[in-house]
Design a protein around this ligand. Structure first.
Ligand SMILES: NC(=O)c1ccc[n+]([C@@H]2O[C@H](COP(=O)([O-])OP(=O)(O)OC[C@H]3O[C@@H](n4cnc5c(N)ncnc54)[C@H](O)[C@@H]3O)[C@@H](O)[C@H]2O)c1
Length: 252
């Protein structure tokens, strides 16, 4: 119960890695709020968590909209009080040719996968500063270090998250707030399944190079995030942790 009575807020918590983060934080004793685009899945998950005796609150919200996130922040703090732990998880894939991609597509994508990290931090930091305590975990990706062709906006956003994390850690450390990033490798979520459906040859290719002979389950990413949110990680700040089963250690 290393998050006992903490208010943890997770973006994109209805499915995939976010869903596992919500579950693990609730299991660790937290009051967990989460937003997602998918209201049906989010509401159903909230009911499931409550039936299991957890304190959970779901609200629909698009992290790419500043206005919606202001509304989400108002609703979750009304429900559970100020946020003690923020997990910036919501994100989507982006496959584009650098010439073909339009400015509108770039802006839409970056609003979700990059700008939202700052927007949610901006909303949660004032109360964390006042409390002189708080933890933020941003979900980057191994694409911040190595990537695929036609994936350039995703790699750019995930690399940007590392810089944002590092500098927020420098700025907020004096307020007792820790800011860290995790870089998952292949994790079996709807996002990755969708990628394999669109690129069928990649499934066996990706599996063949895994040093552990398999890909991650979402809970294996969530466990590290719960640790980073907790006081057990009290001197971990500005870190970026790869969780890829050793994949990025491979030479070609
Ligand atoms: N799965 C992987 O292998 C992997 C690897 C590295 C990084 N990541 C990152 O982890 C995070 C979660 O990925 P996942 O694989 O669980 O994805 P997923 O698509 O399986 O789940 C993402 C959840 O976020 C929600 N969401 C998407 N856009 C949103 C928005 N604009 N506002 C609010 N909610 C939104 C979706 O509805 C969904 O419930 C993403 O940031 C992703 O880039 C995933």
């Amino acid at each position: 119960m290393n998050l006992k009575d903490q208010h943890v807020f997770v973006t994109g918590g209805a499915d995939g890695i976010g869903r596992a983060v919500v579950q693990d934080a609730a299991d660790a004793g937290a009051k967990v709020s989460f937003c997602d685009l998918n209201a049906e899945k989010g509401k159903a998950y909230e009911s499931e968590l409550k039936s299991a005796g957890h304190r959970a609150f779901f609200i629909q919200g698009n992290v790419g909209s500043v206005e919606q996130m202001q509304g989400v922040h108002a609703a979750i703090t009304k429900e559970f009080g100020e946020v003690n732990g923020l997990v910036n998880n919501a994100g989507r894939n982006a496959y584009y040719d650098p010439v073909e991609m339009t400015e509108a597509e770039w802006d839409d994508f970056m609003n979700v996968d990059f700008k939202s990290i700052w927007v949610t931090a901006k909303l949660c930091l004032p109360a964390m500063r006042k409390a002189k305590k708080g933890a933020i975990v941003n979900i980057s990706s191994i694409h911040a270090r190595m990537s695929y062709p036609n994936y350039f906006p995703y790699a750019a956003a995930k690399s940007g998250i590392l810089g944002l994390t590092r500098n927020l850690a420098l700025d907020e450390g004096k307020h007792g707030i820790r800011v860290n990033a995790v870089l998952p490798g292949f994790t079996l979520t709807p996002m990755v399944e969708d990628y394999f459906v669109k690129n069928p040859e990649k499934r066996s290719e990706a599996l063949a190079v895994q040093p552990m002979g398999r890909m991650a389950q979402p809970i294996e990413i969530a466990k590290v995030i719960t640790f980073l949110l907790s006081d057990d990680a009290s001197f971990v700040n500005g870190a970026d942790w790869i969780i890829d089963g050793g994949l990025s250690g491979r030479f070609a």
